[in-house]
Write a protein of this length. Sequence first.
Lengths: 503, 158
Amino acid sequence: MDVLSQLAGGFANLMSVKNLLFCFLGVLIGQAVGVLPGIGPSAGIAILLPLTFGGDPIASTIMFAGIYYGAQYGGTLTSVLVRIPGESSTVMTSIDGYEMARQGRAGAALGVAAIGSVFAGLVGTIVLAFAAPALSKVALMFGPAEYFALVVIGLGALALVGGALSKGLLMGAVGLALATIGTDPQVGNPRFTFDQLWLLDGIEFLVIAVAFFGIGEVLAQAETGITGNEVEKRIGSVYPSWEELRICRWPIVRGTVIGYVIGVLPGAGATIASFITYAVEKRVSTTPERFGKGAIEAVAAPEAANNAAATGAMVPMFALGLPGSNTTAVMLGALIMFGLRPGPALFETNPEFVWTVIASMFVGNVLLAIMNLPLVGLFAMLLRVPYALLYPMILALCIAGVFSQSNSESDLWLAAAFGVLGYFMRRYEYPAAPLILGLVLEPMLENALRQMMQLSHGSLMPLVERPIALGLLLALAFAMMLPLLGKLSAGRPRTKASGDPIG
Amino acid sequence: MNPEKNHLITGDRLMALAFALFGVLWIVTSRGLTYWSEFAPGSGFLPFWLGVVIVMLAAIVLVQSFARKPDDAVADEAVVSRPQRVVEITLGLFTCLAALPYLGFVVSITLYLAFLIGWVERRSLLEMTLVPIAASVAIFCVFKIGLSVPLPTGPWGF
């Protein structure tokens, strides 16, 4: 009841013109940020931070929170309509979402993404309000061994959902290797730079994502000549049907749970949440062959997961003073700048601040639905633009996005080269998603591995001795063995009751 | 056998070989880094083992490609392959990138888009003119002016 009364107080504080305006602005800016490649929510918040110096910390934090979950949906727009993920957490959405758009179901894809996002955001906010301290205790149980196992399970699960397992694992390993280019995260010495100064910063996720999903996709479609003329022009209903919503209800719930749990873990983030959710949905589906070809639940679940993870990332930030993601790391800096001390005491020392921000997340998620559901048809109209005119603009946006991230022409050349590689990978069926996940997660994997081995004096035994880590790895091993066991049992001849083979 | 399927299998094997060479490069290069430091892995530990894993997996993919029957290769016989468009778009892209520091974002992108729309896609003169200018100016305004994010500028400031 105490929580409810404090939440009611938060809503009362929120109902001022200024706070509501900042909430609206945050969601609006967040969506714009999500659409534009090269500008992520952390960059959006960082750009606006100087403007909030000396301002109201509550209103500013409300806006920053709105930017964060608004950006998740903004990234979905480009993922579905032109297959360029605006955020790393929308990479999985682009796979089936774009296929749905090609089938004239862009409206349904965007609609279910909005519904899933809002549901996950609202549920996540409720859990944040009631369970933040308890969830923080669970997050504290994750040490280096658990984080290592989590990344391995994420990569392994993703490799399982692609075509050939060997190719999926190979691409994951290549992504991990590419991420070692740059500077050693612990020691700081350069590695794999081949005496090129511009490689010291490593290879950014955006460069690879734009290369594979933007440039590579354009080249692949140019070769086969699949243009807008072949893509189904009929937009169809702009909202998902009741049957489609019925299909998506449990994927949205599962995505919300998985996404939130992973989002609570400091450093895990929405990306790995969306990847794991996709893998789980494909595993539990009775028709997994539809995944990759426009399965609506393959859009709904990752979208719910990434919004739930964004909300879950607030838990360690508020309750422990630990950032749950890159964006909450920037927000944490903002809170400290405002003179607040995030951590367990924040709920006691600044209850008005905490509960007003939590209340704003309810309102912000509702605003997300109000702003987007009526506009779904408008967004889907983008598909009526002839592809011959659309893809040049996509390429221009890719160039602008990559350059804006690092102000580096070298990254542009890198994107172009990887774009050609992406074309060949698409042609010869080497999946790009595991490579991207490997690139994004390698820092977490390597830090966890080295910390674990430092603590254990060079031993890998913590992976076996710590129950959570062992459980995660066993679950992955079991999931990998399932296809093999399935093949073995399919090949064994059936026998009659007498034991003699049939036929 | 369908030449397209033959080509796909050959390309598959070449890709596997290329990734295997990448793995070898990583193994060799990581030998120049610290493998083990006191009782903890050094900079070269994970990259070395990643290189080993990559070579092993590439070898598995290569072996699997030889084990595949030619008819297993997925090739849509109804789709006509037009590789020259890929070459044109790619060469145009590299030319555009080379021109960026000298001509700036707006001019370079306008010329590249005009090439794509007019030459590669054979669209009308009106589309070839209006779309590139509108797109490049709009993107420049959003990034440079709206978000204060830098874009390459030529001698004329845009």
